[in-house]
Design a protein around this ligand. Structure first.
Ligand code: AHR
Length: 516
């Protein structure tokens, strides 16, 4: 730990010399209309994603006791409960289009083993299947979000999975479920029709996928009153593939409930992404430049959707997002295990603010991924676990779930490096069911504090309390020996007087405020 703190200190000094002495910045101006707001920030924006990949499920969520019995990890589940996880996307990812659900039901010792050709060619024993996943989401209080196999499956296979989890009465699949020990259906609504069908899910053109989608979606039957109606999520665009959105919305939009955009924040290139923890100020800057793209992507894809769906019936789902770094040295590169620093936390905060601000169209999202894979909430090693800085952002942002998004205007100022600039401050605000106003603020400037003067209009604010997430260095992180280097603490940098909120945001920090 000392080693990475010292390295970070050196990098910070380097940053100051690269950017020149930090000038004190003028106060940023923020206006929040606390009595207005129409759209609810759908709690599903705070969704998670658990794929059969590396140690994400096996080890991370599902483990074996000394006696050989498989079970969910109680320590991980208890920690995850604090995030109020709304939904968990499963079983992939690219794995979903290789997964045959009937391999994962019935007595565990009778289930076939397969090779996970997508992720590391490891043997998958199918001990975690449909029933185990349903137990996971039920313990978390989350909704299931199942992604069906389009790429290598059949319409019949997907329709039978739907019947297995949803049909209440006597039927071949309902009877099979009962024979496997579950009498009641699980009422699964959220249903992905394939994953990345433009790539690992089948290398399809949007025209072809639109036809295939309609074919598969037709057989997600409705079983009448009291049973689940499918919320059908179609494969959406890769990053800025606007043509995909255009064609799929035009050809299949009337049968789609959610369109699933995927965008990852990759600091370098796909072949050299960069380290999760050993990075320069330039790589810090690049991360925020790349993360800032989410605002543009959401805006442009939403504009296309507006043409085909002006009433915004179809949700833009950001079904995979987050930072993707090089795998940790010494780990299997196919397992996508990466550390998670303060930088990841700030990227998560900035991205969640984008989703909150676009709550009218973005109504579901899933960070990749839950545990031990990419930008995860928790890392595990044997019986130990560490909460990541990103976990803490998700916990701090629970206040926005199902709250009314408040209109705000912000002049964010800029953080500049070598002639380039990115917005220095990110913000979003909401009003919850009890009338409390919450504001989340992030200062991405690693060198200087930023001040904000905010007019809170429409309510009389007399009190402010808050919490802050920051750390000694921009690349500080938590590990098994030092699990609390990055954690939220009370924030005393905000005051209210005469209806104006004054905030001093320390360098590289995320703050959540409650106004009363
Ligand atoms: O999250 C890792 C992988 O990234 C997913 O399996 C895939 O959908 C995406 O390309």
């Amino acid at each position: 730990m000392l080693r990475h703190t010292l390295l970070a200190a050196a990098l910070t000094v380097a940053a100051c010399s690269a950017t020149g002495a930090q000038q004190s910045q003028p106060a940023a101006h923020l206006v929040i209309d606390a009595d207005l707001g129409r759209d609810t920030i759908n709690r599903n924006i705070y969704g998670q994603f658990a794929e059969h990949l590396g140690r994400g499920i096996y080890d991370g969520l599902w483990t074996r006791s000394a006696g050989g019995e498989w079970h969910l990890r109680d320590d991980v589940i208890e920690a995850l409960k604090k995030l109020h996880v709304p939904n968990v996307r499963w079983p992939g990812g690219c794995f979903a289009d290789r997964y045959h659900w009937q391999d994962g039901i019935g007595p565990r010792d009778k289930r076939p083993t397969i090779v996970n050709t997508m992720w590391g060619n490891v043997t998958e024993d199918n001990s975690f299947g449909t029933h185990e996943y349903m137990e996971l989401v039920q313990r978390l209080g989350a909704a299931p979000f199942v992604v069906g196999n389009v790429g290598s499956g059949s319409v019949r296979e997907m329709a039978e999975w739907w019947e297995y989890v949803n049909f209440p009465g006597r039927s071949p699949m309902g009877d099979l479920r009962r024979a496997n020990g579950r009498s009641e259906p699980w009422n699964v609504r959220l249903w992905g029709v394939g994953n990345e069908s433009w790539g690992c899910g089948g290398s399809m053109t949007p025209e072809h996928y639109a036809d295939v989608y309609k074919n598969f979606a037709t057989f997600l039957a409705s079983y009448g009153p009291g049973t689940a109606r499918a919320f059908r999520v179609a494969t959406g665009p890769n990053t800025d593939d606007y043509r995909w959105t255009e064609v799929v919305m035009r050809e299949a939009g009337s049968m789609i409930d959610g369109l699933d955009l995927h965008y990852y924040t990759v600091v370098g290139s796909w072949s050299h992404k960069g380290s999760a923890t050993q990075f320069t100020v330039r790589e810090w800057f690049n991360a925020f430049q790349k993360a800032d793209r989410m605002e543009e992507l959401v805006t442009r894809h939403a504009a296309i959707m507006d043409r085909y769906d002006p009433r915004k019936r179809v949700a833009l789902v950001v079904g995979e997002w987050g930072m993707w770094h090089d795998a940790e040295p010494g780990t299997n590169p196919g397992f996508l295990y990466q550390q998670n620093s303060l930088r990841d936390a700030l990227v998560a905060a900035v991205t969640l603010d984008v989703f909150n601000r676009h709550a009218d169209r973005v109504r579901m999202a899933n960070i990749a991924q839950f545990v031990n894979v990419l930008q995860s909430m928790i890392l595990t090693k044997g019986d130990s676990m560490a909460l990541t800085p990103t976990y803490h952002v998700f916990e701090m942002y629970t206040v926005h779930q199902d709250a009314v998004r408040l209109p705000l205007t912000l002049d964010p100022g800029t953080y500049e490096l070598e002639g380039q600039s990115v917005p220095a401050i990110s913000a979003s605000a909401s009003r919850d069911g009890q009338g409390r106003v919450h504001v989340t603020l992030t200062n991405i400037d690693p060198n200087g504090a930023r001040t904000i003067d905010a007019d809170i209009r429409g309510v009389r604010v007399t009190q402010v309390t808050g919490r802050i997430l920051t750390a000694p260095a921009m690349n500080s992180y938590n590990d098994f020996a030092h699990p609390d280097v990055v954690r939220p603490v009370e924030f005393r940098g905000a005051t209210v007087s005469g209806g104006t909120l004054h905030v001093v945001l320390p360098p590289h920090s995320v703050v959540v405020l409650e106004l009363k």
